[in-house]
Design a protein around this ligand. Structure first.
Ligand SMILES: Cc1cc2nc3c(=O)[nH]c(=O)nc-3n(C[C@H](O)[C@H](O)[C@H](O)COP(=O)(O)OP(=O)(O)OC[C@H]3O[C@@H](n4cnc5c(N)ncnc54)[C@H](O)[C@@H]3O)c2cc1C
Length: 506
């Protein structure tokens, strides 16, 4: 069989588009295969009535308003994908714990303003909040040093001692060690759900990095929803000579004697030197790869990991403006209890967890829906295989019940009235995402982080965990885990490793 492409990318999600952009930009003939008729995977939009809804993006990290440059902005610039108009949030988040002893805190962006507001909410916590930012910045420098090549242990000990101290500790352990009052910890870790694991399971390093990126570079939103970013990357791939075939579901990844050499699509085989898989690793292991060619260590690793969370999302088109509804903040976290582990535990069943995030794009981009209207986007999460027992005949009723609970919980906690003003409603549940993304349990988040499987461990083992020659994975199952910026960066890194190997003739 003769090689037809240098690289085939399976899936045009954020990871696949970034990988295909990098390989085509670097002169490798690249074919991206996507089963849908549009790019983006999770990163897209849809229309109902007079509204265009963002499908998935709450907040995008690592862009940064000019002149600050986050890695995502650098990647888009590098690929020439400049057609995106990013807008930035003023506040990081609002978090509301209703009831006696609860709190209602709106945390601004900017490190000083953030620390000031934390101090106002919980007197005496300022120093420990500043220490979190200090440690996070130190960690960024250490990671930059580590990424330059083989690190010198003596330099690590002398220059990056604090990094070495915190690298193997959970967020909760470090915040306790900094003597941060528990109430301040509960507010500070609001973003834990974006990384999918509670504070006592999530490594401090990654949480601090994410917090700094959101608070300093500010969360970004593309004007025309995330679809605009997917289209910009699609265009860049074409401009660099790459091809994207839509409506092309890869049925198998071809592997022989431990080496990947092509894919089967529409009953035909296409051959390439390198295969990059943006389909969930669980999907690749159970459907795409020949069972006899899967190394045992790959299976063991996949089985040791937990499949990450799944979401129910409710999209509302409202016939009132955000102002008329009394909505002023973009990201509103409504939590049922203060502690992140308890919040997590509540999300491990089909009962109403009381947990919801409500986003209103009009507070950042007023013209994102017709005048006098606004769109709202609600999310709640589920851990474990809790949706497996839902019978098909119960599904619709259940979805509507959950949507009702989410809306009511937000109405009560935020003191707003929504129900009489709903013009359009769309509900997506784990089966919706499973069908669209082809991920187990519909997770958009890959595998859940754990201390044995933290960002450090994944980054250090990234090549060791790709035991089939010429086959790499990118996206939410990659070393950076879930999220838009993580998937883009994992795609970029996978593309760069592929370019390196292609140039070295490996
Ligand atoms: C409701 C929701 C809210 C979210 N909020 C945020 C947020 O605020 N901030 C943030 O950073 N992240 C957020 N995320 C997570 C983020 O969207 C994902 O982690 C990220 O987009 C995953 O990208 P990926 O590269 O893994 O690809 P995916 O989005 O999973 O796309 C994979 C692509 O591969 C295609 N594919 C799969 N199998 C095949 C095959 N066999 N052949 C051809 N094509 C195939 C699929 O059709 C799909 O297009 C959210 C996700 C959801 C669903």
């Amino acid at each position: 069989m003769s090689r037809q492409y240098d690289v085939i990318v399976v899936g045009a999600g954020n990871g696949g588009l970034a990988a295909g952009g990098i390989t085509s930009k670097n002169g490798l003939s690249t074919l991206v295969l996507e089963r849908h008729n549009i790019p983006g995977g999770s990163a897209t939009s849809f229309r109902r009535g007079r509204f265009e809804f963002e499908t998935s993006l709450h907040e995008l990290a690592e862009v940064g308003p000019n002149p600050f440059e986050g890695t995502v902005r650098q990647l888009f610039d590098e690929l020439g994908a400049k057609d995106v108009e990013w807008h930035f949030e003023e506040n990081a988040f609002r978090v509301v714990l209703p009831g006696e002893g609860g709190f209602d805190a709106t945390l601004p962006t900017g490190e000083e303003a953030f620390a000031d507001e934390m101090e106002r909410q919980v007197p005496g916590c300022r120093e420990s909040v500043k220490a979190v930012f200090e440690l996070g910045r130190h960690a960024i420098e250490a990671i930059q040093y580590l990424s330059k090549g083989t690190p010198d242990p003596a330099v690590l000990q002398s220059e990056y001692a604090d990094f070495m101290r915190i690298a193997s500790h959970t967020t909760k352990e470090v915040l306790d060690a900094l003597h941060m009052p528990k109430r301040a910890q509960d507010i500070l870790v609001t973003y834990w759900c974006y990384l999918g694991a509670p504070a006592d399971q999530l490594d401090f390093l990654y949480y601090a990095l994410m917090l700094i990126l959101y608070v300093q570079l500010r969360p970004a939103m593309p004007k025309m929803r995330s679809h605009e970013m997917s289209l910009a990357l699609e265009k860049a791939i074409h401009e660099h000579g790459g091809e994207i075939w839509y409506n092309s579901e890869v049925e198998r990844i071809l592997v022989k004697d431990g080496k990947a050499y092509g894919v089967a699509v529409d009953g035909k085989e296409i051959y390439a030197e390198h295969i990059i898989c943006n389909s969930h690793m669980g999907n690749a292991l159970s459907r795409l790869l020949p069972a006899e060619e899967i190394p045992e260590k790959m299976l063991k690793l996949a089985n040791a990991r937990d499949i990450a969370l799944s979401f129910v999302t409710v999209y509302l088109g409202m016939n009132r403006s955000a102002e008329e509804l009394g909505i002023h903040d973009y990201s509103n976290f409504v939590i049922p209890c203060a502690d992140s582990r308890e919040q997590y535990n509540r999300c491990c069943s089909m009962e109403d967890s009381g947990y919801a995030i409500m986003n209103c794009l009009n507070t950042v981009i007023p013209e994102s829906s017709p005048e006098g209207t606004c769109t709202l986007f609600f999310t709640t999460m589920y851990y474990g295989d809790v949706w497996k027992d839902v019978k098909p005949e119960e599904y619709k009723k259940l979805k509507i019940k959950i949507a009702g609970e989410i809306i009511e919980n937000c109405e009560k906690a935020l003191g707003i009235t929504l129900k009489p003003y709903i013009e359009e409603i769309v509900i997506a549940a784990p089966p919706t995402f499973a069908r669209y993304l082809m991920t187990p349990r519909g997770t958009p988040y890959g595998y859940q982080f754990d201390m044995w499987d933290s960002i450090m461990m994944r980054t250090m083992n990234v090549e060791a965990e790709e035991p089939i020659k010429n086959l790499r994975f990118c996206g939410a199952c990659g070393e950076r885990g879930d999220g838009y910026s993580s998937a883009y960066i994992s795609g970029m890194n996978t593309g760069l490793r592929t370019v390196r190997d292609a140039k070295e003739g490996k």
